[in-house]
Design a protein around this ligand. Structure first.
Ligand SMILES: Nc1nc2c(c(=O)[nH]1)N[C@H]1C(S)=C(S)[C@@H](COP(=O)(O)O)O[C@H]1N2
Ligand SMILES: [Mo]
Length: 336
């Protein structure tokens, strides 16, 4: 089961964002739906110093995370439709073995990622929508009702984890964005700031990290925006404060630390597709029958046990997503 109780050393109540700052922001945003551009930004500013200097845990602790104005929403109630037959990956293992190339091209990026200032944070929703806007992340999180889901995660590198995410269905954000009928794809973009993320100084990578899905994929019930992990707000190494989770696709599609969500007509070219198109396709659906050009995808290594188990088509989520691809009956075509 999840460990949900705060330890006494984690934070003093007085260190949290003052309630008054928070309530002011709510008052400003009330009635504005997702919040109008500018209002969220301006109202969030006073909380900055407070949020950034208040931490759960201490430097050197991989589970350290900033106090945020929406910490009261965790743990979110679990949605029992998304539970699993596999044991959860222990949090410390998940939190110390990550892919986040912005902070380095190795797995030990957790310490470097803790430099990412995750508040204040805004997300721009633009492109083919009724009205483009930039929203304060906590206003958005509070607007969307949070729930917890247990999902499998299968990296294209043939290891897997099992993670309790908190967040909300991407479909809910899509509905709130009011896309126009011409929108065919959703494009996602990660922050770009080489002064914070040393990996972004490596100019051979096509920064910023970009991902994309079709509108049908974006509105499938499995597509999820994570704001939390293990019953609390999401850690920086997992892509705080907002991160996409697409459990039927290889992990690289689950883009971290989103700053922009765009509704577009043209199929977006993702970060990995741009870099190595012969290895990382747009669809990237998990499929044990389609080997990566340099290794087999038939099996996966469960990260915390080391056990090798067979990989399942659509990572075991065929019942929920196979219908999305009914017009492409050869599932092998759904990798590229
Ligand atoms: N912005 C960004 N998002 C990213 C990545 C990245 O390097 N940058 N790596 C991807 C890959 S390859 C995987 S497997 C998962 C890893 O997520 P985790 O570290 O939270 O387990 O994040 C994905 N999202
Ligand atoms: Mo990955």
């Amino acid at each position: 089961m999840l460990i949900r109780r705060r330890k006494s050393w984690e934070v003093r109540e007085a260190d949290a964002t003052p309630e008054s700052a928070y309530l002011n922001r709510r008052a400003l945003l009330a009635g504005l739906g997702l919040g109008a551009a500018g209002a969220g930004l301006a109202a969030a500013a006073p909380a900055r110093a407070n949020v950034l200097t208040s931490l759960f845990g201490k430097p050197g602790d991989p589970l350290m995370r900033p106090v945020t104005p929406t910490d009261d929403l965790y743990p979110a109630p679990r949605n029992e439709a998304f539970t699993l037959d596999r044991e959860l990956t222990p949090e410390k293992i998940n939190a110390t073995y990550n892919n986040f190339y912005e902070f380095g091209s190795h797995k030990e990026i957790w310490r470097a990622s803790q430099d990412l200032p995750v508040r204040p944070w805004t997300v721009t929703i633009d492109g083919m929508v009724e009205q483009e806007r930039t929203v304060d992340v906590d206003a958005l999180i509070r607007e969307m009702e949070l729930e917890e889901r247990l999902y499998r995660h299968r990296c294209v590198e043939a290891w897997s984890m099992t993670i309790p995410w908190s967040g909300f269905p991407l479909a809910r954000l899509v509905a709130a964005a009011k896309p126009l009928s011409g929108a065919k794809y959703v494009r996602f973009e990660t922050f770009e700031d080489a002064s914070i993320a040393p990996g972004q100084k490596q100019s051979w990578y096509p920064w910023p990290y970009v991902e994309g899905v079709t509108m049908a994929e974006a509105t499938n019930d499995l597509a999820f925006i994570a704001t939390g992990t293990y019953g609390h707000s999401i850690l920086q190494q997992h892509g705080a404060p907002l991160r996409l989770v697409l459990p039927w696709k290889y992990g690289f599609k689950s883009i971290k630390s989103l700053v922009r969500i765009s509704f577009v007509e043209e199929r977006p070219v993702s970060f990995w597709e741009e870099l190595l198109p012969q290895e990382y396709g747009f669809w990237a659906n998990v499929n044990p029958e389609v080997p990566h050009p340099r290794w087999s995808q038939a099996e996966e290594r469960i990260l915390h046990t080391g056990d090798k188990v067979p990989t399942l088509l659509f990572n075991g989520y065929g019942e929920q997503v196979a219908g999305l691809y009914a017009d492409i009956p050869d599932t092998r075509a759904l990798y590229m």
